[in-house]
Ligand binder design. Structure first.
Ligand code: LLP
Length: 404
């Protein structure tokens, strides 16, 4: 994705051509970016040789899951819907792990029937439910137990999951008790210790601390875990200022952690695989003068991209066509929804904009479409993928008639 003279291109297609053809707002992804991200991930962690389970919640589009599956990845799912979709997209059940604090009886039953790789349990009650179902089927089910390592991920508060006040995983004390319980169960096979301390993590320290805690807890269990599932959480560079997490260091820490253990590492990356692969193309409906700034009213809104409203996240916004005319106005990019949080960014250095101009909202491939809704009765937008110089419609724009 880059400018070629004045035009912004997604692979070889001009954004204004795509907008004309598919209308706006429009999610557009680059296959090449996804492939590059996966190759880079595999290369960095080559010495660890992990099982990589893509976190489906980041982007559950079937075509994307299918492509990711073709590149050898498994899936991390958190609901029966995600599990069914991952399987339908061609991901083999023996490469699927199931996370989440509130898996229901039916969800667990389905996962057991499908013989997935692991159910990562998060409480004693859940373990007892899994055991009950396993007993009914007279089989032994493979499970993991998620530890809450009480590690500060130093990320956005709302997406931090590894501190003791968070609902995720169990404390060290309960973990040790549950480990004992599962080892002695006729119907459960303890396979994994799992952990996930948060998302959009940009510092290495929290991961280092987390590994130290795991080491300590594993020593106390004296149990040989076949898998250690380190979750996801690797952050991406939304600001484009090269402040990326030092993943090579993370790989070195993991290698060190694995010394003397026979465990296989599982990762559950979401954002780092698809985050920078997608953009949201939007058209300016109106430009309105405010008291101190001009409002750029886009046809995309918080229902299409929730992250700014939900976490105060800032996604870069760039023009689809550069005009080299500087504006001296402050622009606030907003959507048409009747909420003041329906705004994407306030920028003071932007080119001069006109109504009907197109803009590109960057790095929305993860938790963009997956968090979208029909709020204000707005149809969900279309998603397209550019692959090998061809355009594929991955999901159609929702039909207004169906919503009404
Ligand atoms: N594994 C588990 C158990 C998770 O809960 C998550 C994300 C992941 C893996 C994937 O994490 P990633 O590699 O994508 O950081 N909606 C928020 C992010 C919420 C993440 C929830 N869990 C956002 O838009 O920033």
């Amino acid at each position: 994705m880059k400018y070629k003279s004045k035009n912004y291109l997604i692979e070889n297609f001009k954004v204004n051509f795509l907008a004309e053809k598919f209308k706006t707002p429009l999610y557009c992804y680059s296959y090449k970016k996804i492939r590059d991200n996966i190759e880079t991930f595999k290369k960095i962690f080559k010495s660890v040789n992990p099982i990589i389970c893509f976190a489906v919640k980041a982007n559950p589009n079937r075509k994307i899951l299918n492509e990711i599956g073709n590149m050898g990845l498994g899936a991390d799912v958190v609901s029966i819907g995600e599990l069914m979709k991952a399987i339908k997209s061609g991901i083999r059940p023996n490469k699927i792990v199931f996370s989440g604090v509130g898996k229901t009886y039916d969800e667990i039953k389905y996962a057991i029937q499908k013989k997935i790789l692991l159910i990562n349990a998060e409480s004693k009650s859940e373990i007892i439910t899994i055991e009950k179902i396993a007993k009914n089927y007279k089989i032994k089910v493979n499970i993991g137990i998620r530890l809450n390592p009480n590690t500060d991920a130093k990320t956005i508060k709302q997406i931090s999951t590894g501190k003791k006040e968070n609902k995720f995983g169990v404390s060290e004390k309960i973990f040790l008790n549950l480990t004992n319980y599962v080892i002695n169960s006729k119907y459960l096979n303890l396979k994994c210790l799992s952990v996930h301390i948060g998302s959009q993590i940009l510092e290495i320290k929290p991961f280092e601390k987390m590994l130290k805690t795991l080491d300590k807890v594993i020593n106390k269990t004296k149990f040989n875990f076949e898998y250690i599932d380190l979750g996801g959480g690797i952050g991406i560079d939304y600001e484009n200022n090269n402040k990326n997490l030092d993943l090579k260091k993370y790989a070195i820490y993991i290698k060190k952690f694995l010394k003397g253990k026979k465990s296989k590492i599982i990762f559950e990356p979401g954002r780092s695989i698809v985050g920078n692969s997608g953009v949201l193309i939007s058209k300016i409906i109106y430009i309105k003068e405010g008291y101190k700034k001009n409002f750029i009213i886009l046809d995309a809104a918080m229902n299409d991209l929730m992250r700014p409203a939900l976490y105060n996240a800032r996604h870069r916004i760039i023009p689809a066509v550069k005009n080299n005319l500087k504006s001296n106005k402050v622009y606030e990019f907003v959507g048409p929804i009747c909420e003041s949080t329906d705004k994407f960014s306030t920028l003071s250095k932007f080119q001069k904009l006109n109504e009907k101009d197109l803009v590109v909202i960057c790095d929305v491939g993860a938790y963009g479409m997956s968090l979208s809704s029909n709020y204000n009765l707005r149809p969900k937008v279309a998603e397209i993928l550019i692959k090998n110089s061809k355009m594929h419609i991955m999901s159609k724009r929702q039909n207004l008639k169906d919503l009404i």
